[in-house]
Design a binder for this molecule. Structure first.
Ligand code: OSB
Ligand code: MG
Length: 372
């Protein structure tokens, strides 16, 4: 397959409700989409980098820049298989979300030409996946209980509460008191330090599934230290950039669970290797989320059907994020989403709607970048 050109597109999508985490509030998304144009067909990729470098060092303008100037020139006008993308991009350090987006697009093109779905390629063992929902920091406990109650009424099978210092034990206690033993976990997005370990151990009383990324991404050893004080299993998200980072973190006891986000680790192929590693080490994994559109969601739901994705993921329905998705919407049924079965990602993009929300587009071919 020859990669002839890549179309880049930025779209603007408002969120149905503000989403607050320990690193800020989001009310809309500015998403970078990539389309791989090959001699055998086309494929879509979604870059999960946010507007600001506050979840990780990556951000959407930076991802667009590195794709145009450093990543795509290494791939264009070559015979290419999806498995060769990561090795060709290896000389460029970091920028995993940018790398993941183009690998995804090439993989989609490749599987579409083979008539094979992402799910089949990953070795999916189920045709629908259990879904959880990530609940942002709320203005008050009353708002929190109303929001969580609404999601439980819709059928979500697990609740994740975003926490930060000053919004941790009380919200967890309130949700437990009102909703009983619903599967519950928390995500700190790096807001704590090792000095907070005894405070976080207060959460042990509530039977949480896990506590996600309490400390900054580089503090892997400190997570192993915290795990000696906090009995709730520690799950890493931000710290896990690669198969090697996952192997090291498991080895030193920094985590007992891993949140897999294909964008964060440089693509679905690396994510699949992390799945296999964790299965081998007896470490359960679950599919994280980055507020993806239907394109990213399609790939994530397919991967979440792999055998060691034994915990419900942050793979929520389209309407949890957007009034209108750019693909056919993912709809929750009994707390689950269906794994797409069509070729490649198995979803189709609503190109007319896409045009209407596009804020910038460009096409990079062997002759360079054309914008319009
Ligand atoms: O830490 O898991 C996270 C969203 C953006 C950035 C980081 C995270 C999240 C979420 C939302 O928790 C997950 C989703 O529903 O997509
Ligand atoms: Mg997280």
């Amino acid at each position: 397959m020859k990669l002839q050109a890549v179309e880049l597109r930025r779209i603007h999508l408002p969120l149905v409700a503000p989403f607050e985490t320990s690193f800020g509030v989001q009310t809309e998304r500015d998403v970078l989409l990539v389309k791989a144009i090959t001699d055998a067909g086309e494929g879509w990729g979604e870059c999960v980098a946010g507007e600001e470098p506050t979840y990780s060092s990556e951000y959407v303008d930076g991802a667009q820049h590195v794709l145009i100037h450093h990543l795509l020139p290494r791939l264009l006008d070559r015979e290419l298989a999806a498995a060769e993308v990561a090795p060709l991009l290896h000389p460029v350090h970091g920028h995993n979300m940018a790398k993941a987006s183009i690998e995804m697009a090439v993989l989609d093109a490749e599987l579409r030409t083979q008539g094979r779905s992402f799910g089949s390629f990953f070795g999916a063992v189920r045709d629908e996946v259990d879904c959880g929902v990530s609940v942002g920091i709320q203005p008050s406990i009353a708002d929190l209980l109303r929001t969580v109650g609404g999601y439980l009424d819709q059928g979500y099978r697990r609740i994740k509460l975003k926490i930060k210092p000053g919004w941790d034990v009380e919200p967890v206690r309130a949700v437990r008191e009102k909703f009983g033993d619903v599967p519950l976990q928390v995500d700190a997005n790096t807001a704590y330090t090792l000095a907070d370990a005894e405070h976080l151990a207060l959460l042990d009383a509530f039977g949480l599934l896990l506590i996600e990324q309490p400390m900054r991404e580089e503090l892997v050893f400190a997570h192993a230290e915290m795990a000696k004080i906090v009995r709730t299993p520690i799950c890493l998200d931000e710290s896990i950039h690669s198969w090697q980072a996952a192997a090291d973190a498991i080895q030193i006891g920094a985590c007992r669970v891993i949140n897999v986000k294909p964008g964060r680790v440089g693509g679905y192929l690396e994510a699949s290797r992390i799945h296999d590693l964790c299965a081998d080490r007896g470490v359960p994994v679950w599919m994280g989320g980055m507020l993806e559109t239907g394109i990213g969601r399609a790939g994530n739901v397919a991967m979440a059907a792999m055998p060691n994705f034994t915990l419900p993921g942050d793979t929520s329905a389209s309407d949890r994020y957007y009034h209108r998705d750019i693909t056919e919407p993912f709809v929750l049924r009994e707390g689950r989403l269906k794994v797409p079965t069509g070729p490649g990602l198995g979803v189709s993009v609503d190109e007319e709607f896409l045009e209407s929300i596009t804020t910038w587009e460009g096409r990079l071919g062997p002759a360079g970048l054309k914008t319009g």
